[in-house]
Design a binder for this molecule. Structure first.
Ligand SMILES: Nc1ncnc2c1ncn2[C@@H]1O[C@H](COP(=O)(O)OP(=O)(O)OP(=O)(O)O)[C@@H](O)[C@H]1O
Ligand SMILES: [Mg+2]
Length: 324
């Protein structure tokens, strides 16, 4: 089955300064040769510590940022052949929509809720009769349980949870196949967070919309996602069925992440502390493991050769010489 979206060898390196006579420009490897697939109707959770490249990868997959290497495919057809600005004007733009973390900043304060939700429809679906546009906006608002009387309000007249719903309705109005959500609930309090998560799960089940859900909260990802991908310093270090990874994490970094959360710590496991500093993402050494220096399973091989992702018997992939 062709994946809805597939990344192959996808990279984004940021040049920090210009090249000088004294040497090449330092490159920050925010995302480094990532391979990833998302199928129709599934929720993939992308997790990892701050600065590991989650938002950069999400923006690359949503085609809001050009990669410096690799490709993205939508239903098997490459969409990285054209620039982000050209893609924004193509009829495939509507297939992938992004929902941002800060709903206050991502909503224009001068537009009513109706105008905010209608805006992407106007841009991506072309001119349509006023009544058809109204129906689309009302459908999107209903899909996120936003009462119709809120459509005439301005963002400052809404609660945080209502703004989050408007952000999701704006993405839904063009009937996307994939929603890319970058920490969409982290600014909300716990009970509001739960209703937004239920809403996203219902959209996935009822409408078959795939979700890429970026979060540093593993408890939240567990509620929503069937598969997870764990990132560390720009690379995927473990990916597979969420249930299998939560039950028995294989990569030492995943083990440390899960052990830090008492409710998720696998039975009998000790809390694993990662005290040492991570390696720098700037010009990283390509011939050793990026987790070396922090890893409790480290062996001499780890600084002699960088591990590639390999598949374990249960189908998950792990980037470690010794895991499993
Ligand atoms: N425009 C940019 N120029 C230079 N470096 C950047 C740029 N954008 C991101 N980075 C760097 O890329 C790395 C990954 O950043 P990114 O925002 O993707 O991380 P993240 O996993 O989303 O972190 P967080 O959990 O804090 O949101 C970081 O080291 C960051 O400083
Ligand atoms: Mg981020």
């Amino acid at each position: 089955m062709t994946a809805l979206i597939e990344a192959r060898n996808l990279s984004r390196h940021f040049r920090l300064r210009r090249e000088t006579l004294f040497g090449p420009a330092p490159l920050l490897h925010a995302v480094d040769r990532v391979g990833l697939t998302i199928h129709a109707g599934e929720a993939l959770g992308l997790v990892g510590e701050s600065g590991c490249g989650k938002s950069t990868l999400a923006r690359l997959l949503a085609r809001l940022l050009d990669p410096t290497g690799g490709q993205v495919f939508l239903h098997g057809a490459e969409i990285t052949g054209e620039s982000v600005s050209r893609f924004a004007r193509s009829d495939r733009r509507r297939a992938i929509q992004m929902v941002f973390q800060d709903h206050t900043e991502s909503l224009n304060p001068l537009l009513t809720v109706f105008q905010s939700v209608a805006d992407p429809a106007g841009r991506l679906l072309g001119p349509m009769p006023r009544a058809a546009l109204r129906r689309r906006v009302e459908d999107a608002a209903a899909a996120v349980n936003l009462p119709p009387e809120l459509l005439d309000r301005y963002p400052h007249q809404l609660s945080g949870g209502q703004k989050a719903r408007v952000g999701i309705a704006r993405a839904l109005v063009v009937e996307p196949q994939l929603l890319v959500l970058d920490e969409p609930t982290s600014a909300l309090d716990v009970s509001v967070q739960a209703t937004v998560l239920q809403l996203l799960d219902r959209l996935r089940r009822d409408r078959g919309i795939a979700l890429l859900f970026v979060s540093h909260d593993l408890n939240v990802v567990r509620l929503l996602c069937q598969r997870i991908a764990v990132m560390y310093l720009g690379q995927i270090v473990e990916t597979g069925a969420a249930e299998a990874i939560y039950r028995a994490p294989a990569h030492p970094y995943t083990r440390a992440l899960l052990s830090a959360i008492p409710t998720l710590r696998p039975r009998g496991a000790e809390r694993i502390h990662l005290d040492a500093e991570p390696q720098s993402p700037v010009n990283p050494c390509l011939s050793r493991c990026r987790f070396a220096g922090r890893c409790f399973m480290e062996q001499p091989l780890c600084i002699q050769a960088a591990p590639e992702l390999r598949t374990l018997p249960d189908g998950r992939q792990v980037r470690c010489h010794f895991a499993g």
